[in-house]
Write a protein that binds this ligand. Structure first.
Ligand SMILES: [Zn+2]
Length: 246
């Protein structure tokens, strides 16, 4: 692997695998990866600060891995077989691996995170990537694009230390989890008002246009004033041409 993988810090904030069913109503089965950003970049959170915060005593949040492109580092703070507390969803916690990613989402952050994803997939199967706001209303994961991370991960070979090693699948965009948010109801387009149905002067007679420009158009007061201006300009040009070719 081309990043350092640190397992020397352990978070006490997790549910052991054996208790997953009683706590979350379902067993610990790894069916996906959930990505997070670890906060607002403007507050300059650090990799060490976030790692240590998630490892605090009596905390109520955690993740499995904290990742940054700075120094190409990943810290695994909860074992994958145990349930970390990160998604705000029983399903998301019980069924996914939580990654806390550098919120700057720089190219180097994508590069390391993609390799971590490839390694996880080599060990646990070609599972889809979810994102925190998939499960609950939150700004997390901020600038992170799950589809970009997913695509990049398929260009990474897994390290031999994880899973089978050397694994590489073809990119399949359908593997990125699709949001379950229902599509918005289409807004009906209102019928045009009679004023909007004034035929264009450039339209053919069949289309209701083609008014002879030598005749004064008989538009009532409510008709479009712009159309009147256009017609007067056309009339002026016609008059000019008529006088030239007399
Ligand atoms: Zn999050």
């Amino acid at each position: 692997m081309s990043y350092s993988y640190d397992t020397s810090h352990d978070s006490p904030n997790y549910t052991p695998e054996a208790q997953a069913r009683s706590v979350f109503g379902q067993p610990r089965v790894i069916k996906g990866i959930t990505i997070h950003h670890w906060g607002d970049p403007s507050t300059n959170p650090t990799f060490e600060g976030v790692r240590d915060y998630l490892c605090r005593k009596n905390g109520n949040t955690s993740a499995h891995v904290v990742v940054t492109g700075t120094g190409r580092r990943a810290a695994c703070i909860v074992n994958y077989n145990d349930v970390a507390w990160h998604s705000g969803s029983a399903w998301g916690n019980a069924r996914t691996i939580g990654l806390e990613l550098d919120p700057r989402a720089r190219d180097e952050d994508y590069d390391v995170a993609a390799e971590v994803v490839a390694d996880i997939r080599s060990a646990f199967g070609d599972v889809p990537i979810y994102w925190h706001s998939y499960f609950t209303a939150t700004a997390c994961p901020g600038k992170w694009d799950p589809a970009r991370l997913d695509e990049l991960s398929y260009k990474k070979y897994s390290a031999a230390e994880w899973g089978k090693g050397g694994w590489k699948a073809e990119y399949d965009p359908t593997k990125v989890a699709q949001p379950t948010v229902p599509a918005p109801t289409p807004v009906p387009v209102p019928e045009p008002t009679p004023e909007q149905q004034v035929p264009s002067p450039t339209a053919t007679p069949e289309q209701g246009g083609g008014l002879p420009v030598t005749e004064k158009p008989d538009y009532s007061e409510e008709n479009n004033s712009l159309l009147k201006q256009i017609l007067s300009i056309v009339q002026a040009i016609f008059d000019k041409l008529t006088s030239i070719f007399k």
